[in-house]
Design a protein around this ligand. Structure first.
Ligand code: ADP
Ligand code: NI
Length: 230
């Protein structure tokens, strides 16, 4: 670990420890660890300092948590890196990864560099599987959302604008259909696709069980789930 990475690690840890919406330090640490694991596949070709810094700084000021300001995160990362003597080229690379990373309703979000692809894969893997489920309900709870409402179907083919629109809060289960279940097969690295697919199967089983328990297996959500399995 370089000394800048160590400094950043300690800084982000302090900054995010008590974050209540699933974007806390433990999310960041998992993304950091997973990104380095994915990077091992092509470690000859990628810059692990860039990967580490982008993973550590990617959620310090998420647009969802800062009233919709999409520049708050990249700006905070840039300020931190320049205050700590990083070179212009390093700052530019890390900040551009953070800017491009976010899902915002689209599975195909091209990343400019291999480092960016790896950090995006790692962040997305933390949105699926058992941990993804936990984070999603933490986000819903922290935002006062309903868990499930059979009368409010999930929205299909959301535009980035509608995805980001937080003025019409939808029940948390809908987020599975609006993001989590759409990620399968859309990772950049082979290992992320493999891990992501296992986590996807777990999500499907979970949503099916939840709908069954809620006597909603013949509703719109069940129909959407059936279509996803095809
Ligand atoms: P990004 O921040 O990359 O644009 P998201 O907006 O989907 O991606 O946020 C990351 C995580 O935050 C999601 O994987 C999920 O756990 C949680 N989250 C975001 N929006 C919602 C939502 N509407 N309902 C429940 N969880 C959400
Ligand atoms: Ni994240």
């Amino acid at each position: 670990m370089t000394s800048l990475t160590q400094l950043t690690y300690d800084h982000v840890r302090k900054l995010t420890l008590n974050e209540p919406t699933g974007h806390d330090w433990w999310h960041t640490l998992r993304v950091y660890t997973m990104a380095l694991r994915l990077a091992k596949q092509d470690f000859m070709y990628v810059d692990t300092e860039i990967i580490s810094l982008a993973a550590l700084l990617h959620d310090i000021k998420d647009y969802k948590l800062t009233g919709g300001d999409e520049e708050a995160g990249p700006k905070a990362a840039q300020e931190w890196l320049s205050a700590n003597g990083a070179s212009d080229s390093l700052i530019e690379h890390v900040v551009s990864i953070i800017r491009d990373l976010s899902f915002k309703g689209k599975v195909d979000r091209p990343m400019k560099t291999r480092e960016g692809m790896i950090v995006q894969d790692a962040d997305r893997l933390d949105a699926v599987g058992a941990i993804g489920i936990a984070r999603t309900f933490a986000y819903g709870g922290a935002n006062g959302r309903e868990i499930f409402n059979p009368d409010i179907p999930a929205r299909k083919d959301l535009s980035p604008k509608d995805y980001k629109d937080r003025t019409q809060p939808s029940p948390t289960l809908n987020h599975f259909f609006e993001k989590l279940l759409l990620l399968d097969g859309h990772y950049h690295t082979a290992l992320a696709n493999e891990i992501g697919h296992q986590r996807h199967l777990y999500l499907i089983e979970y949503v099916e069980t939840l709908l069954k328990e809620c006597d909603a297996l013949d509703g719109t959500h069940a129909e959407m789930l059936k279509n996803l399995k095809k």
